[in-house]
Every structure is written in structure tokens, then in C-alpha cells.
Design a binder for this molecule. Structure first.
Ligand code: SAM
Length: 276
């Protein structure tokens, strides 16, 4: 397929030719704007590395990713889209289409398991957070994750201390990644048109992973945020002795009334070091 897929006309033609409609249950909203697709592909991928795509749909983004990446591996859950994708890309040797639910993929068996990779997706909204957490918790060697998500979801990941949507998730993600807004995207660039606007965000790893350390550290963070209205002290008191907490508050000069949402990842690292 040499025509640009991400246009209203070609998208309609492809869906008609295969007698398909966008499936709500799979969160299908196809990109129909060539400029947006080109920007996402150019910012997410490079010719040295493989790009992993989740949910290629009819291939709008996949087609452009293949021009900017060394190779593209794309996982699609919808069986009806597989013949269409294979036909569209039969002459493009650097695209590999895999029919699999991304949530079931076993990375240990993947041929890219030991390679540095980029990840790019226009994510299905019903499974955005589980897909991102599967990537965050994997030990894939990821250079950059670039994803289109609903604007509200992006705001939560970008939330900083004291913002109303700052929570354990924002803290953990900001501890692991530099989270950046790539661009805001209006709902008019999708077919069918969703009710909300979207944002493209990127996650760039900040540090070497240490899964044992993270497990213990994130457990503390989740405890500290467990009950939002409670103070940090009340959230932690079932897990640590009075003496230990007294020592913590004294050594870090924490106010008695402090709540988890007033503390950033640097403060939490200190708390973790004292309590461990
Ligand atoms: N990438 C295409 C585009 O930008 O036009 C389609 C994006 S659409 C928002 C999401 C795609 O993810 C759909 O093709 C849908 O079938 C697919 N999908 C949904 N759940 C999935 C899953 N668990 N694993 C793999 N693909 C999934």
C-alpha cells in the first residue's frame, strides 16, 4: 500500500472494501490526519531501533512508523483486521503484524527481548492504564514510550505535588520517567470521532531499573496514599512502630499534619531510606 492510509477517504475505502466498522469494544478510533501521524512517527522512532506498536488498527500509524523506525512489531487483538493489515503491508518488509492481545504477550519469548526498543501507540482507551503498566513493569530495554491517550489520563500522569489528581500512580511514574507532552490532539483527527480530546505523551526512563528496590519503595508509596483524607502518619501507623515513626518525623522534620499528596518522589525516597 503506497497511498497514505491516515486520510478520511482512504480510511473509508479500506473499511468499505473489507466490510468493516470501527468496533467500540476494542476502543477503535482510527487516525485520519497524515500530519499528526507523521509527527507521532517522527518523534517516537528512529532508524537504529525497532518500534513496538500496540493496536495498529487499519495501519494508519504503522505505515508511517515503518518509514521512521528500523522495524515495526505491531500487536492487534481484532481478528478481522489481521487479513487487512497483512494485505496492506505485504510489500513492506520491516513491518511484522502479530495477532495477539497485548496483555497476553510474554516478553521473555519475544525476539526483541534483548534489544533496545521504542514503543508507540494510539492506545485503546478501555485498557490504557493496564497496557502502560505492563510496559512500566516489564524488563524490556525501552528507550522511549510515545502514546496517544485521553487528555484526562495524560493530566493524571503529568500531575505534580498538590495538584488535585496527584496520587501514588503519578508519583511512581514520575519517579521512573520524564513525562512530557508531545502535542494536544483534537477529536476531529479520528474516525469515528471520540467525545473527548486526546494528548500524545512520552515517557523517557530516568534511571537504571532496580526491581527489588522498586517493589519495596512503591509498596510504601501505595500505603502512604491509601486513604486520601488521612495524614501520612495515620496511613502508615498500622505498618510501622510508634518509635520508628517518631524517629522518621524527627529526623526529616516532617510536620505532624503532612499528607502524602504534599510530598514528591525525592521526599518519599528519604522516608523510605529512614523506614527500611
Ligand atoms: N493505531 C490505529 C490508529 O491510530 O488509527 C488504531 C488505534 S485504536 C485507538 C486502538 C487499536 O488497538 C484498535 O485497532 C484495537 O482493535 C486495538 N486493541 C484494542 N485492545 C487491544 C489489545 N488488548 N491488544 C492489542 N490491540 C488492541
Amino acid at each position: 500500500m503506497s497511498d497514505i492510509i491516515a486520510t478520511p477517504k482512504v480510511t473509508r475505502e479500506i473499511l468499505d472494501r473489507y466490510g468493516l466498522k470501527a468496533q467500540k469494544k476494542y476502543g477503535q478510533n482510527f487516525l485520519i490526519d497524515a500530519n499528526i501521524v507523521t509527527k507521532i512517527a517522527s518523534q517516537s522512532s528512529d532508524k537504529e531501533h525497532l518500534t513496538l506498536e500496540i493496536g495498529p488498527g487499519i495501519g494508519s500509524l504503522t505505515q508511517m512508523l515503518a518509514r521512521y523506525a528500523k522495524e515495526v512489531v505491531a500487536y492487534e487483538i481484532d481478528p478481522k483486521l489481521i487479513p487487512l493489515l497483512k494485505d496492506n503491508f505485504k510489500d513492506v518488509s520491516n513491518i511484522h503484524i502479530i495477532h495477539e492481545d497485548f496483555m497476553d504477550v510474554d516478553f521473555k519469548k519475544a525476539f526483541y527481548a534483548n534489544k533496545q526498543i521504542n514503543v508507540c501507540a494510539n492506545l485503546p482507551y478501555y485498557v490504557t492504564t493496564p497496557i502502560l503498566f505492563k510496559l512500566f513493569e516489564s524488563n524490556l530495554d525501552i528507550l522511549k514510550i510515545t502514546v496517544m491517550v485521553q487528555k484526562e489520563v495524560a493530566d493524571r500522569f503529568k500531575a505534580k505535588v498538590k495538584d488535585s489528581d496527584y496520587n501514588a500512580l503519578s508519583l511512581i511514574v514520575n519517579y521512573l520517567y520524564d513525562v512530557k507532552t508531545v502535542m494536544q490532539v483534537p477529536s476531529s483527527v479520528f474516525y469515528p470521532r471520540p467525545k473527548v480530546d486526546s494528548t500524545v505523551i512520552s515517557f523517557i526512563p530516568k534511571r537504571q531499573r532496580d526491581f527489588n528496590y522498586e517493589k519495596a519503595f512503591f509498596a510504601l508509596v501505595k500505603r502512604a496514599f491509601a486513604k486520601r483524607r488521612k495524614t501520612l502518619y495515620n496511613n502508615l501507623k498500622d505498618y510501622y512502630s510508634k518509635d520508628k515513626l517518631a524517629y522518621l518525623y524527627e529526623s526529616l522534620a516532617l510536620p505532624e499534619t503532612v499528607r502524602a499528596e504534599e510530598l514528591d518522589d525525592v521526599a518519599f525516597k528519604k522516608i523510605y531510606e529512614v523506614l527500611k
